[in-house]
Design a protein around this ligand. Structure first.
Ligand SMILES: [Mg+2]
Length: 394
């Protein structure tokens, strides 16, 4: 039986959510109707465009470009600062609403969700009818619009939701690959980055169809392992599941966006120390130990990168996780301004696996965890900000 997957994507999410917020605050201007962008503080640093209105798009303003540039393209452009707390709330509404349509909902980013609609037809009806209902009800209930893409897997649903915007439903079923996917420029195919598309263009691959019909052996020589993914995607093949695991099972993550870019390792480490403190105390509360640690950084051009590390001893002590994270930082950090720092831990065990290493005697570990426990108790009693470990003040 073919799966039915839907991808729901909020149109110009930050801008739409900001527009709704401003209207709720009593403004009588809908910023979706004027050239407007959401961007960081112009005065504090070189802010960039986070989201743009459709009228702003008409001036060729693109996400990620500097506010300065954007203003040059359209001098009467209005710039609004983001309200991330509001966006989180709107995003949560989307997720909750979609849970009415399937038990399998995946929140793939702040403004995108997948639902697995397979088997739901019997209960709720025709997928296309339901896709329209989702789109219309969201607009009616929350005051912003979405695109809904429907397909037989996540890739096709995602591609379909991107066809034309806003406020639209599109399908990309298996039998529509040749007519709807193949004519697209190859750089529009999911996961084909700028670098790859330049490389592909150089060897004469301009469209998805060109990619699908290109000699696979040659493609492998050029792109190694990535060639397999490219070929699959060009044929609309994707076997990944809608991942509806509750957050806990996916791991625990914590991140922070800083007001001023972090410009050296010491500054990043300070932030990391605070994050690790918070994160490890959550691990201890849930009585679990992590054995994989992921560090993510976002630079001032909004490019994310991350690296993970499997650790020999699963742990939940602040000091050990901090040490691991610092080692990741050594390899990950490219000496560029950093705007967001995040840490995620996964692969939980319910026991610490302690192999006495050269650097850590069993005694040290015991000492660290009893210190952590004391601190957790104090934090519980007096709140989070009462204690700063000595190193966070360095
Ligand atoms: Mg979106």
């Amino acid at each position: 039986m073919k799966k039915i997957i839907m991808h729901i994507d909020v149109n110009n999410a930050f801008l739409s959510w900001e527009a709704k917020y401003l209207l709720d605050q009593g403004s009588n201007l809908d910023i979706r109707t004027i050239p407007a962008v959401i961007g960081g503080d112009e005065s504090k640093r070189h802010g960039v465009v986070l989201a743009k209105s459709t009228p702003a798009k008409a001036y060729n303003i693109v996400t990620g470009e500097s506010l300065f540039n954007a203003k040059q393209k359209c001098p009467r452009l209005k710039i609004y600062s983001p309200h991330h707390e509001i966006y989180e709330q709107e995003s949560a509404k989307l997720y909750k609403f979609l849970s009415n349509y399937s038990p399998k909902v995946e929140r793939s980013s702040i403004d995108e969700c997948y639902i697995d609609y397979s088997g739901m037809e019997k209960l709720l009806g025709d997928p296309l009818k339901v896709a329209h209902e989702i789109k219309d009800k969201i607009k009616e209930l929350y005051g912003w619009t979405v695109n809904v893409g429907v397909g037989n897997n996540k890739l096709c649903a995602k591609m379909a939701s991107d066809f034309t915007k806003p406020d639209k439903v599109h399908t990309l079923y298996q039998e529509e690959i040749e007519t709807k996917l193949w004519p697209l420029p190859v750089n529009e195919l999911y996961m084909i980055g700028k670098k790859s598309s330049v490389k592909l263009n150089e060897i004469g691959i301009k469209t998805v169809k060109d990619l699908a019909s290109y000699d696979f052996e040659k493609l492998k020589l050029l792109f190694k392992k990535t060639a397999y993914m490219m070929r699959d995607y060009a044929f609309g093949i994707d076997n990944s599941e809608v991942d509806n695991l509750p957050h806990e099972n996916k791991g625990i993550s914590i991140s922070t966006t800083v007001a001023n870019d972090l410009i050296n390792k010491e500054q990043i480490k300070k932030v990391l120390w605070d994050l690790v403190g918070e994160l490890s105390s959550r691990l201890r509360k849930e009585n679990v130990y992590a054995s994989v640690i992921v560090l993510s950084l976002r630079n001032n051009k909004f490019i994310n990168y991350s690296q993970q590390r499997k650790i020999i001893n699963s742990t939940n002590t602040t000091k050990e996780i901090y040490n691991e994270v610092c080692q990741l930082l050594e390899t990950l950090y490219k000496k560029e301004p950093i705007r967001l720092v995040g840490i995620r831990v996964t692969s939980f065990t319910d026991k610490p696996y302690q192999q006495i290493s050269l650097f850590n005697s069993g005694e040290d570990i015991k000492k660290d965890s009893s210190l952590d426990k004391t601190i957790d108790k104090i934090k519980d009693k007096y709140g989070n900000n009462i204690i700063l470990y000595a190193s966070s003040k360095k």
